[in-house]
Write a protein that binds this ligand. Structure first.
Ligand SMILES: [Mg+2]
Length: 255
């Protein structure tokens, strides 16, 4: 690949900006069936888990998965309507964010020196994503302006083309070729690549806790331009992004 100019870095959040090995995603995953029992009147967490698993593997965003499951009659009849805001509140208030570890000071420092537009784009609900970014000390790099959550793209979500296009439009329509999508999900990597973006795959330190087992990182996939174990290696692998005129030219490593 020849070095090419970059204007925009788009970061997924869960299992990308923090490691899947922290166990935080597994912890969050367990909270959904609890919410389905407490708020949406499922008779047991086991039954809730079955419905959640089926729809999450199809839709890849919990808010969209639960909305679709309800539309298709998989919820108890007397359940209130699923609202993204309610899921966001349940997660933002009920999860143990300390599992994310101390603030990511070094990453923050490097990102703040990068001469690209920085965007966070998650399939999680906004209030939750904001809390996760705040805990990692990264929120103000993006601010409300450059934080996109599932609320902002519904009824779509990643990896749908419409979701990516909406973000690109909102940030002033940079050419997709000048955007870099940083992700742990192969579905989303392929979606971004199909639009012409550069892709960086974050493989993570373990498979323990990853929700979608059929979506596990594969560096060999042709949609992957650059792959690394953790976000902490980002600028080591892509030093051109710290140039005054940022460019994409991954350091090739033998593993
Ligand atoms: Mg992710």
């Amino acid at each position: 690949m020849t070095p090419s100019p970059v204007t925009t870095l788009i970061f997924d959040v869960d299992d990308t900006l923090y490691d899947v090995g922290t166990g935080f995603t597994a912890h969050r995953n367990k909270a959904a069936p609890k919410l389905m029992v407490e708020k949406y009147k499922f008779p047991s967490e086991e039954e809730a888990q079955k419905v959640k698993a089926e729809y999450f593997s199809k839709y890849h965003a919990i808010a969209k998965a639960l909305k679709m499951a309800q539309l298709e009659g998989k919820f108890p009849e007397d359940a209130p309507e699923v609202k993204t805001e309610d899921i966001a509140t349940f997660w933002a208030e009920g999860l143990d964010f300390s599992m994310l570890g101390p603030p990511k000071t070094e990453l923050r420092e490097q990102l703040s020196k990068c001469n690209c537009t920085l965007v966070a784009f998650s399939n999680g609900p906004r209030k939750y994503v904001k809390r996760a970014l705040e805990t990692m000390g990264l929120f103000d790099l993006f601010g409300e302006e450059r934080l996109y959550a599932v609320d902002d793209v519904m009824p779509h979500c990643k990896p749908e083309k419409e979701a990516f296009e909406k973000i690109l439009k909102n940030i002033g329509n940079p050419r997709p070729e000048t955007c870099v999508m940083v992700e742990d999900s192969m579905k989303n990597i392929r979606g971004a690549k199909a639009l012409g973006m550069k892709t960086v795959l974050i493989r993570g330190s373990s498979e323990n806790g990853r929700i979608l087992k059929d979506d596990k990182p594969n560096s060999e996939d042709p949609a992957v331009d650059c792959s690394m174990a953790s976000i902490e290696e980002f600028f080591t692998m892509l030093p051109g992004l710290l140039d005054a005129s940022p460019f994409f030219d991954p350091v090739v490593v033998d593993k």
